[in-house]
Every structure is written in structure tokens, then in C-alpha cells.
Design a binder for this molecule. Structure first.
Ligand code: PMP
Length: 438
């Protein structure tokens, strides 16, 4: 059998594209600002992770330009060999200082950081214990490790304790959780995780991809938020969100960092990130320290949006952060809603099963410090209109006639044009890429 046969047989995405509901790989032709040009149209961006709005900050651009002039465009090698420049080491020192840790280790992306750290640390006799809603990169790190993986129900501390109890005390144990869960926007119950970790002799790693720059008085993340900075063994972060660049890192004890420098395949066998990206992160860290008002504005925007959505009757789930998911219900409804939002100049992302439980499809929205009140008001207006039309939120009973009917008809039409077998094929593809979630 030709190994490429499956590629020709994979029609799910194209079928959905042909019907106009395909929500992925939209083309953005501008910077990642609160307003973008996407697919040729101006749109308010509420699908970004640029929480502090730093990707277009003049200081970051100038720092990247200076690095470009000095070092050129790339490193052409891994950290292990010819890819450690002085600027990588400067960033590691700064990250360690930022998180008040002995040492830091900088990887090429956040994904590689999780894969390289977990697979590098968890050996044959060890067990890694993960939350069922942990990020895909944590799951893949576990898959690539030689140890055993055990999963506990999302943020369920009784289940975590049961899991820990079931592991022989002599085995090495690492609990890995997202600090802020990337789809749900809720926060890990770190105080209880720390207590259980201590009780059962497990080490703790927190993925703070969505928490650095966002949570805690100084933007240091989930551990700072709970006052537990000395209790978490490894804090992982990515530079692709609040830090407005690309790259990933861990901060930990010098012992752990030294070990990983010599055992993490994702670090040793992948080229290091270009100095331009590193310089931008260094500048972002300075701004996080110098301009706490950015974080305050982010939280002000978050509160405004959460209140606005909840007043309309939207279910925002367990969200406690600038990631605000809006429950839509049916997968098809989420695709239709995303499409109508796009038509109304709002860029937001649908999450359907199996990324979320069946019947609990959401539109994931996320906010930046740089969104203006006018932009946010416009978002709320559009969501109110669309939510009522799709019967997601209670609205006025439409007196009669046209509009609602047109939209209901659109829903019906949507169902018709996305026939059952096409939906099934699309779902089976999603199951492949989301794999182990739920
Ligand atoms: N962890 C979490 C929780 C994430 O949300 C992401 C990215 N969405 C990553 C890790 C991977 O980071 P990166 O995109 O920088 O590779």
C-alpha cells in the first residue's frame, strides 16, 4: 500500500471548506494587533494570545532590529553545539532572575520545551501525572518519555490524590499541570496540588504559557498568584504569548537545568531560536517590570468582557482569566457562529468536540491590554446580536418575521449542507489531532 494513500483519502477538511464552514488557517495580512486584516477584511482580533499587546511595541521592534544587525538572521545550530549565543545566556539569566530561581533553560518553542523537559526527565521507573485537559505538548512529552503516564480528571483533587495513592512510593513522580488552561481559561488548584505533591513525594511542573505576564502581582505566573513561588519545582513558560515572540523556557534548580542540558533531545537536536526573537523577549520582560499598568488594563478589559457576556446570559464556564470561552453547545452551531462573527468583523476561534466534550462546543475569546473600549463594545454588540439570533442567549422574543427566521433557516441549511457523513469525517480527523483530550 502506498503510504500517501491516506493523504488522497483525507477529504474531511476540503468538504467543510467547500461548504464555507472551515475555521482554520485564516490568512492574516497585518501585525497581530487588536485589529487585524484577515482574509482581506479588517477585523477585531479576539483570538490572540498577545495578552499585553507587545508584538508591535516600538521597543521590542527596535531591540529585534539591533539584534538582526549584530547577529544576522539565524543560529544554524542547536544550543548544544554552535547555537548558544551570548544573548541566549543573557536571556536565561534574566528569566531565572525574573522567576527568582537558580537557573533557566531556553528552548526553540514552548511545545519543544514541554516535550524536551518531560521526555528528558521521566525515566523508565518514573510516573508522570497529568491533568486530562493539559496541553498537547505535555501529552506528547509524556508519550515520548520512557515512563508511565497517569491522568487525573480536570482540576479534580480527589482524583489526583487517588492517582498518587495508587503509585508505589519508591517510584519517581512528576505532576504536570497547565497553570492557566488554554481553552477553558481556569486556573489550576495549585495550593492543593502542592499539598498533595508534598504528601506523596511528587515533584511539580507548571506550564505557565498563559500565565506569564498575566497572573501574579509582578506577572510571574500561577505560583506567584498563589504565593507559592518556592513550592513549584519547574515553571515552564512560552515566549509566544505575553512575551510577544517565539521560544520557550523552564526555570528550576541548577541541578535540573544542568541535567536537561545534557539529556533533553528537543534541546540538543533542534536549532536554537534566532537572536531577533531572543532580543524581543528580553525587552518584553523589561516592559513587564516597568509597566504594571499594562497588566492592570488587561484585567480591566477582562472584567468588562466577562461581566458583559454574563449579563447577556452567556455561560463563560470556569474562566477566571483573559481567556473567556462562550458556551455554544452544538458543534455545528459553533461553526455557524464563527462564520457569522467573521462576517461581522470579529476574529474568534471555535472549539468543537473532542477538544471539548460533545455538546459543549465553545467560541474561545481572549483579550489584550491594548483593546480599546470601542473595540470591546463592538464585540459585545455583535455577540449579543448573534447569540440571540442563534438562540444561545435569551433574547427578546422576536415579534415576527424575517431576521430570526432567516438565521434559523441558515442553521437548518448549515445542517443540511454539512451532511452527517461529512461531519463524521471531520470529527474523526479532529479526534486524531486532539487525541487524548477528555
Ligand atoms: N503550553 C500551553 C498551555 C499552550 O497553550 C501552548 C501554545 N498554545 C504551548 C504550551 C506551546 O507553546 P508554543 O506555541 O510557544 O510552542
Amino acid at each position: 500500500m502506498d503510504i500517501f494513500e491516506k493523504c488522497g483519502n483525507f477529504t474531511a477538511a476540503k468538504e467543510v471548506m467547500a461548504r464555507g464552514f472551515y475555521p482554520y488557517f485564516n490568512t492574516i495580512e497585518s501585525a497581530q494587533d487588536p485589529e487585524v486584516i484577515a482574509n482581506g477584511k479588517p477585523m477585531i482580533m479576539i483570538g490572540s494570545n498577545d495578552y499585553l499587546g507587545l508584538t508591535t511595541h516600538p521597543r521590542l521592534k527596535r531591540a529585534a532590529a539591533r539584534a538582526l544587525k549584530k547577529y544576522g538572521t539565524g543560529c544554524t545550530g542547536s544550543r548544544f553545539l554552535n547555537g548558544t549565543f551570548d544573548i541566549h545566556e543573557e536571556l536565561e539569566a534574566k528569566l531565572a532572575e525574573f522567576e527568582r530561581r537558580e537557573a533557566a533553560l531556553f528552548f526553540t518553542t514552548g511545545f519543544l520545551t514541554n516535550v524536551g523537559t518531560i521526555a528528558g526527565l521521566v525515566g523508565k521507573e518514573d510516573v508522570v501525572i497529568t491533568d486530562k485537559l493539559d496541553h498537547a505538548s505535555i501529552i506528547d512529552g509524556c508519550r515520548l518519555s520512557f515512563g508511565e503516564t497517569k491522568r487525573f480528571r480536570h482540576n479534580n483533587m480527589e482524583d489526583l490524590e487517588r492517582t498518587l495513592e495508587s503509585i508505589e512510593p519508591t517510584r519517581g513522580k512528576l505532576i504536570v499541570v497547565d497553570g492557566v488552561f488554554s481553552t477553558e481559561g481556569d486556573i489550576a488548584n495549585l495550593p492543593e496540588i502542592v499539598r498533595l505533591g508534598r504528601k506523596y513525594g511528587a515533584r511539580i511542573m507548571v506550564d505557565d504559557a498563559h500565565a506569564i505576564g498575566v497572573l501574579g502581582k509582578g506577572g510571574r505566573g500561577t505560583a506567584e498568584h498563589f504565593g507559592l513561588q518556592d513550592e513549584v519545582d519547574i515553571i515552564m513558560g512560552t515566549c509566544s504569548k505575553s512575551l510577544a515572540s517565539i521560544g520557550g523556557f523552564i526555570v528550576a534548580s541548577e541541578k535540573v537545568v544542568h541535567y536537561l542540558k545534557h539529556h533533553s533531545r528537543a534541546l540538543i537536536f533542534s536549532a536554537s531560536p534566532p537572536p531577533t526573537s531572543v532580543a524581543a523577549v528580553l525587552e518584553a520582560l523589561k516592559i513587564i517590570d516597568e509597566e504594571p499598568e499594562r497588566r492592570e488594563q488587561l484585567w480591566k478589559n477582562t472584567r468588562k468582557m466577562k461581566k458583559g457576556f454574563q449579563e447577556m446570559g452567556y455561560d463563560t464556564g470556569a474562566s477566571e482569566t483573559p481567556i473567556i470561552p462562550l458556551l455554544v453547545g452544538d458543534d455545528m452551531k459553533a461553526f455557524i457562529m464563527r462564520k457569522i462573527l467573521f462576517e461581522n468583523g470579529i476574529f474568534a476561534n471555535p472549539f468543537v468536540s473532542p477538544a471539548v466534550p460533545v455538546g459543549r462546543a465553545i467560541i474561545r475569546t481572549s483579550y489584550m491590554a491594548t483593546h480599546t473600549d470601542e473595540q470591546l463594545d463592538r464585540v459585545l454588540d455583535v455577540f449579543e446580536k448573534v447569540g440571540k439570533q442563534l438562540r444561545i442567549i435569551p433574547g427578546r422574543k422576536y415579534p415576527r418575521r424575517k431576521k430570526p427566521r432567516t438565521l434559523r433557516a441558515r442553521m437548518r441549511m448549515g445542517r443540511m449542507v454539512m451532511r452527517e457523513e461529512i461531519r463524521k469525517r471531520f470529527k474523526s480527523w479532529m479526534e486524531k489531532i486532539y487525541g487524548l483530550r477528555q
